[in-house]
Design a binder for this molecule. Structure first.
Ligand SMILES: [Zn+2]
Length: 162
């Protein structure tokens, strides 16, 4: 008869599993709970972690990512306001700063999308809010062809990886 899994009967099993799902290195888990590294690996590999717990964890990740996306969209809105004000008064250094910020925010979105894709959870590129914001920013960049080209190229590259 095979030996019982020491993690399954561990009194801090919940915490250990949460750490595993958070991708805490096995080495660190082993130190933290004073347990062997192999049993932790086996516990995961042999599917001892409840499917429902894994699902709950993934849902949490989506919620957190969504939260981040909302913050990014808010920052983009602010950036666009600054950009249009700068254009009105023809403050070119401000325009460039705002364009640079908008580009960074798009990259951040792209990175966030990449992370979400790794978990094959959602595709940000088909999200209406993302497409809308992307179009607005690209339109705002009409007078800055070089920046527009760079950002569009980057977006295409990221979207192609999806
Ligand atoms: Zn186990």
């Amino acid at each position: 008869m095979p030996r019982k899994c020491s993690i399954c009967i561990h009194k801090r099993r919940n915490e250990i599993e949460t750490d595993i799902l958070n991708n805490v290195p096995y080495r660190d888990i082993s130190t933290k709970y004073n347990i062997g590294r192999m049993p932790v690996q086996r516990h995961k590999k042999n599917g001892h972690i409840a499917e429902s717990l894994i699902k709950a964890h993934e849902i949490n990740k989506i919620v957190n990512a969504d939260d981040l996306l909302v913050k990014i969209l808010h920052l983009q809105k602010e950036t666009l306001i600054v950009l249009s004000e700068a254009k009105e008064v023809k403050d070119y250094s401000m325009i460039l700063a705002a364009v640079g910020k908008a580009g960074q925010l798009i990259e951040l979105q792209a990175k966030l999308a990449g992370q979400l894709q790794e978990g094959r959870i959602i595709n940000i590129y088909v999200q209406p809010a993302f497409i809308k914001m992307q179009n607005i920013i690209l339109a705002e960049l009409d007078n800055f062809p070089e920046a527009k080209y760079r950002i569009a190229e980057r977006l295409n590259k990221e979207a192609a990886n999806v």
